[in-house]
Design a protein around this ligand. Sequence first.
Ligand code: FAD
Length: 335
Amino acid sequence: VNEQLSAPAPFSFELFPPRSPAAEESLYETIRVLAAAGPDFISVTYGANGSSRDRSLAVLRHLLERTGVSPLAHLTCVGSSHAEASRLVREFLEAGVTDFLALRGDPPKGLSEGEPFLGDLGSAAELVQLIDRVQAEREQYDIVPSRGSQRAGVLRRPRRRVRIAVAAFPNGHPRDTRQNQDIDSLLAKQTAGATFAITQLFFHAEDYLGFVARARAGGVTMPILPGLMPVTSPARLLRTLELSDERMPRELARDLERAASPEEQFAVGVDHATRLAGEVLAGGAPGLHLYTLNRHRAAMAVLEGVGLIPSPSPAQTPPVQTPPARPENHIEETI
Ligand code: FAD
């Protein structure tokens, strides 16, 4: 009955900053296609200890200047002092970025979760508070131009609150030491001022739906956006599991192994992600966040598959390209 009234679910994309001029050029082409699809936002990852600060900012600026899409900046706080983290947030706000994904970040190489590696900020929840505070100090009110006034503007309208996303882990975080710590940690981030969460990737709808049910029972009320990645080769699946600590999705692994060509593997990965996307949307997910690995084809195919964007005519469909090999330990691969 309400079909005409219900708006299609929003979707968003994640990108990582490019490492070479060639990668930059191809990323800007990817952005052109992704932006034309009308996402709610495009997020840009941030390298541990600021290793990608300038490159992340360049992509965020490109999004601001060349597209109509809101950029969302990932920021991490591992190893930072209060002053450094505040300076960083100010710098991004100055650039015009107002939406953030506040993250703690992973332990530096050679250290594990049990060892001391944090700086002044002990968790992502503290970074959420800091972003909110820095933004409030910087701009307490929007400047509304006043006609007929000698002054350039008057301070009137209360400021727009920044959107602050946080990470959520449907299958728990490797540091969790007790049951429901993942929910307690998400609740702490919400209490600190987070406005929505984006999940780590997962391969089974019940992982996400069960987690959301536990989060709601635990008092988390903010939207929890499912993070999905279409995995389109066996090698990519192995790398993804290595980086995310997720369990092996046996059926997907088998189907990718059996596929006879890159085209068939692509179809397997897209089909799997499309089914998953349909199931989480049917289960009440507020939208979809797609990890793109800086390529648009698989993400667009998933959105077409669930009917969130129209399918192109066959003449517009380019052939599958085998991706170039990537160096190992790419921080941009953070998932
Ligand atoms: P936190 O929320 O601080 O939690 C980390 C762990 O500490 C959890 O086990 C939590 O339960 C526990 N904990 C939290 N508070 C306390 C406390 N007060 N006392 C005891 N334990 C506590 N990494 C990057 O480097 N760059 C990126 O761009 C990036 N993007 C990401 C995007 C998404 C959507 C996701 C899911 C992850 C991303 N990551 C990124 C990885 C992330 O930085 C790591 O997973 C990191 O280990 C945890 O970050 P967090 O923000 O969840 O940390």
